[in-house]
Ligand binder design. Structure first.
Ligand code: ZN
Length: 237
């Protein structure tokens, strides 16, 4: 079970899980995010990377708000990382997403959950730390019928101690088409703003790796490669 956002990190995680031989079921949460363009990116990535299934689950977090990503009254910070946890933090998002993935994993008999959290080049979100991942794994085994009956859930966070540049190198090695990914928190007509934390972290990492970012530097419309994908995963909502 791979939580797939449509961003660079989760795309790399999906490729890593595929490389290890897992039959990957992807879960994308449509949570009312400002950057809903990422849901379409997730669809293309699931197809391009050979997932067996891609499910889009709707859980509208605009009903509780509290984040620049889910509340139009809160603007996305631009122009560089500030101290503290930024306004793009979505309250308890990874707890909610992992809980949804855990529930679906239990239904289909999956025991390995993959999430692309990263505690190095990140924005300071508390639910991206290794302590959080370990705590959720404990919870997963306590909270489920499968866990009580002896199944062992594992939460895999293979990027947690990698830099963003290391993640990109890993993905390039595995053939991830980063042209299909989207990272911007505040895209304008689907294009990255170039100013938000996520855009800045991404562009610094591509510069460090020494390759152009196919999203920012593309001259062709995004998605042309996805159309050549050999097969679409089973999709359900
Ligand atoms: Zn941006």
């Amino acid at each position: 079970m791979v939580l797939l956002s449509g961003g660079l990190d989760s795309a790399t995680v999906l490729a890593m899980a595929q490389e290890k031989g897992y039959e990957c079921h992807c879960l994308t949460v449509a949570y009312g995010q400002r950057h809903a363009v990422e849901i379409d990116a997730a669809r293309k990535l699931a197809a391009a990377l050979g997932a067996v299934e891609h499910k889009v689950l709707r859980l509208d977090l605009r009903d509780i708000g509290g984040s620049a990503l889910t509340d139009d009254a809160i603007s996305v910070p631009k122009g560089g990382l500030q101290d503290g946890i930024p306004a793009t933090y979505v309250p308890a998002r990874n707890t909610l997403f992992l809980a949804l993935a855990l529930g679906y994993a239990e239904v289909i008999g999956a025991r390995d959950l993959f999430i692309g959290v990263n505690a190095v080049d990140y924005s300071g979100y508390p639910d991206c730390r290794p302590e959080f991942v370990a705590a959720f794994e404990t919870l997963a085994n306590l909270a489920t019928k499968a866990g009580v009956e002896g199944a062992r859930f594992q939460i895999h966070a293979p990027l947690v101690s990698m830099t963003k540049a290391e993640i990109i190198r890993q993905g390039l090695r595995l053939g991830v088409d980063y042209g299909l990914t989207t990272s911007c928190y505040d895209p304008v007509d689907g294009d990255p703003c170039g100013q938000c934390d996520s855009c800045l972290i991404r562009s610094a990492a591509f510069a460090e790796v020494g390759v152009p970012d196919p999203v920012c530097d593309r001259s062709e419309p995004r998605g042309t490669i996805a159309n050549e994908a050999p097969s679409e995963p089973r999709e359900s909502t």
